[in-house]
Design a protein. Structure first.
Length: 137
């Protein structure tokens, strides 16, 4: 289980992460990832940001889960939520400090195996963390 400081609980936190983060869907999950701003620490080359960046590393990485009724009944939704929570707990330390992650389960997550959920989550997190390329229209 995630520590209390690592969980998103307020709807305003979820809304901010969904609106402000990068959205990537892979297989049975959609990931909304909000990374902390890096512009303030790179703008000033003084030694002061080094101390403040040390404080930023203690900022918690937070995660929340959205599993709607479209996934299944309460038993199925809780099973999917438990699996996702366990998968995210293992991967949360890899995210930068201060990151906010919302994982939304899609209806295929009800029949997905633990390994498939892990693979979909890994692919979505990798795509969300990678720099955006230009899209040709």
């Amino acid at each position: 289980m995630l520590a209390a400081a690592q969980r998103l609980r307020r709807s305003s936190d979820f809304a901010a992460a969904v609106r402000g983060g990068r959205r990537v869907g892979r297989g049975a999950v959609v990931v909304h990832l909000t990374l902390p701003e890096q512009t303030a620490s790179t703008a000033t080359p003084s030694p002061e940001p080094a101390r403040s960046s040390g404080a930023d590393t203690s900022a918690p990485r937070r995660a929340g889960f959205v599993v709607s009724k479209a996934v299944g009944n309460a038993v199925v939704r809780n099973k999917v939520r438990r699996r996702l929570r366990h998968l995210v707990r293992e991967r949360l330390a890899e995210l930068p400090a201060g990151s906010t992650l919302v994982v939304r389960a899609l209806p295929p997550a009800a029949e997905a195996s633990y390994a498939r959920l892990g693979a979909d989550l890994d692919a979505a997190l990798a795509a969300a963390r990678s720099p955006r390329g230009r899209r040709s229209r």
